[in-house]
Design a protein around this ligand. Structure first.
Ligand SMILES: NC(=O)c1ccc[n+]([C@@H]2O[C@H](COP(=O)([O-])OP(=O)(O)OC[C@H]3O[C@@H](n4cnc5c(N)ncnc54)[C@H](O)[C@@H]3O)[C@@H](O)[C@H]2O)c1
Length: 355
């Protein structure tokens, strides 16, 4: 690929625009075609990028000048689009949430493996400061070993075009643990390792225009008795984003998405506080970094930095939270394939029925 990576966009919505814009900034990547069943957004984004546009997936996938695709369509389509792209021999960058069930995520991984193509998942939060900075700071052994984390991401209802979209239906978006907190779940795993079990309380209290929970409390037990607790959903009249990370030799709090950080080490009398600008200094914008790393993985034939297996683990935690919420009991991981497949089939049948 002497001319760099030639990319096709699947979807021309808000996230496709951010990913395509970031990709277009890279020296060794060019967006050649944008596909969306709606011609207006496809044509508009394509015009901005100097690319072609089309409405049919088959047209995009049959192009020999497309080496790789970015799946930035609604969540419930990620599996079928990824499997189709792999079948056409295209490398795939798929947005989070990877899938709406672990069974689907496994199929996506298998399809990419069989086709010999790369599969990377857009778990971008881990690349966004302060999250990237915090992970680097902890990895550099500044606070000892992280063993507990609490994170909150709450808001009120969807607004604007979101409130008219696929995001209103469970079968299409998965609810807050898939659509939004795929990020927080991924970040907890970055710090605490692999999950062993999940216990969740889900409910619907203030937002009845959606057909899914507006509140999720999720407790995840990680290996070595580490624990993560997530409060998520749309039931809050005030938005909030914050987190607390407890480590053996220090404690760190973060406030706001992209905001500041404070930490205090064992023996210190005062916390050290850094602003969002201070922790963000020197960090590449998250979306550009994930696109760059995907392009590098394909061009250099290396393992993607966020492979499908990472998306699978995150999907499995969200799915286990739903099962736990239904059953009122902790759910062990990994999920049994049978349970995940049953739920995936039921969800897809309902989504198809709703058009
Ligand atoms: N990483 C992040 O922080 C982040 C942020 C926003 C969205 N996302 C993810 O990106 C994806 C897209 O979200 P969005 O905000 O762009 O949604 P959006 O509703 O703005 O756009 C979705 C687009 O997909 C198109 N589409 C529908 N069916 C399609 C199909 N079969 N093939 C191709 N395109 C199709 C729609 O016509 C629409 O233009 C979702 O999975 C979402 O979770 C990630």
């Amino acid at each position: 690929m002497s001319e760099g990576l030639r990319l096709g966009m699947i979807g021309a919505g808000g996230m496709a625009r951010s990913l395509a814009t970031a990709a277009a900034e890279l020296d060794d990547c060019k967006v050649v075609c944008v596909q969306d069943p709606l011609s207006d957004p496809a044509q508009q984004l394509a015009a901005e990028l100097g690319a072609d546009s089309c409405q049919q997936l088959e047209e995009l996938l049959s192009r020999s000048d497309v080496d790789a695709v970015v799946v930035a369509a609604p969540n419930y389509l990620h599996k079928e689009l990824t499997v189709a792209a792999a079948g056409a021999g295209k490398h795939i960058f798929c947005e989070k949430p990877m899938a709406l069930s672990a069974a689907d995520a496994q199929q996506m991984i298998a399809a990419a493996r069989e086709a010999g193509v790369k599969l990377m998942i857009g778990q971008v939060l881990r690349y966004v400061p302060p999250f990237a900075w915090i992970k680097d700071f902890i990895d550099a052994d500044n606070l000892g070993e992280p063993f507990a984390m609490q994170t909150t991401r709450i808001s009120g209802p969807w607004h604007g075009h979101y409130a008219q979209s696929w995001r209103m239906q469970r079968e299409k978006c998965g609810g807050p643990l898939f659509e939004i907190s795929a990020h927080e779940i991924d970040y907890m795993r970055q710090l605490l390792g692999e999950a062993r079990s999940v216990y969740a309380h889900l409910g619907q209290f203030t937002y009845f225009e959606v057909d899914y929970e507006d509140l999720a409390y999720v407790m995840v037990n990680f290996e070595d008795n580490k624990v993560g607790c997530l409060l998520a959903g749309f039931a809050s009249h005030m938005g909030a984003y914050d987190g607390k990370i407890l480590c053996t030799d220090g404690t760190l709090f973060f406030t706001d998405f992209g905001g500041g950080v404070s930490y205090q080490r064992r023996g210190e009398e005062e916390p050290t506080t850094l602003t969002g600008d201070e922790v963000g200094e020197g960090y590449e914008p998250g979306v550009r970094r994930e696109m760059r790393e995907f392009v590098e993985a394909v061009l250099n034939d290396t393992e993607p930095t966020i492979p499908g297996e990472e998306g699978l683990r995150n999907t499995e935690i969200a799915e286990a939270a739903h099962i736990s919420g239904e059953q009122g009991q902790p759910v062990s991981l990994p999920l049994s394939g049978t349970e995940s497949r049953r739920r995936a089939k039921a969800a897809m049948a309902t989504a198809r029925g709703q058009g």
